[in-house]
Design a protein around this ligand. Structure first.
Ligand code: GLN
Length: 189
């Protein structure tokens, strides 16, 4: 769990319940020890600043280039995208998935909403909670879109990087974590 800020605890309890040990990553030394990384929801501008201060930006870029399996949700999705619209000018992008995302792109009225998603590879609908979520405005040709809401991608994968605009850890449903851990080779299903 990237544990600089945000909603990492709920992810950790789901992953632990699936039999995979987790640690809270706050230093570059801890980052070197993990087999996969969750970048949780929270506030991408704050997480960006804390990544810089902790000296983790470049080590994280290096591990992402090297194929580290990562699940980024909401703020995590924003940090992992190539292009961020409506971000802070000094906000860092890790450029690990070829998306253009707009921060808080769902606007004020529907800043938070819920939707039942049809997800590629998951049989029954998945109840998704969106909280001041980013909108994916562009997905590059190498990106697989695994779920959409109103024609916009909300769950995407490119190589070892999976990102969700929503909060899968709040659904009371471990299927997304289960399939991500299986893709990462950490559990078998
Ligand atoms: N709007 C937040 C951001 O810009 C993301 C919200 C979330 O992670 N739930 O980082």
């Amino acid at each position: 769990m990237l544990a600089l800020q945000g909603a990492f605890a709920a992810h950790a309890s789901i992953i632990e319940s699936l039999g995979v040990a987790t640690i809270e990553v706050r230093t570059k030394e801890q980052l070197q020890t993990v087999d996969a990384l969750v970048m949780p929801g929270g506030e991408s501008t704050t997480m960006s600043m804390l990544l810089e201060r902790s000296g983790m930006l470049d080590p994280l870029r290096y591990r992402l280039n090297d194929g580290l399996a990562v699940l980024g949700t909401c703020a995590g999705m924003i940090l992992l995208a190539v292009d961020v619209l409506d971000g802070r000018a000094d906000q860092h992008s890790l450029g690990a998935i070829d998306l253009t995302v707009r921060r808080n792109g769902y606007g004020r009225q529907i800043a938070s909403f819920e939707a039942d998603l049809d997800i590629v590879g998951i049989d029954e609908p998945f109840h998704a909670v969106f909280i001041r979520a980013p909108v994916v405005e562009r997905a590059g040709p190498g990106v697989e879109v695994l779920a959409m809401v109103d024609g916009q991608p909300v769950l995407c994968r490119e190589g070892a990087v999976t990102v969700a605009a929503f909060h899968p850890e709040l659904a009371g449903d471990d299927r997304l974590h289960r399939s991500w851990l299986a893709d990462a080779g950490l559990i078998s299903i």
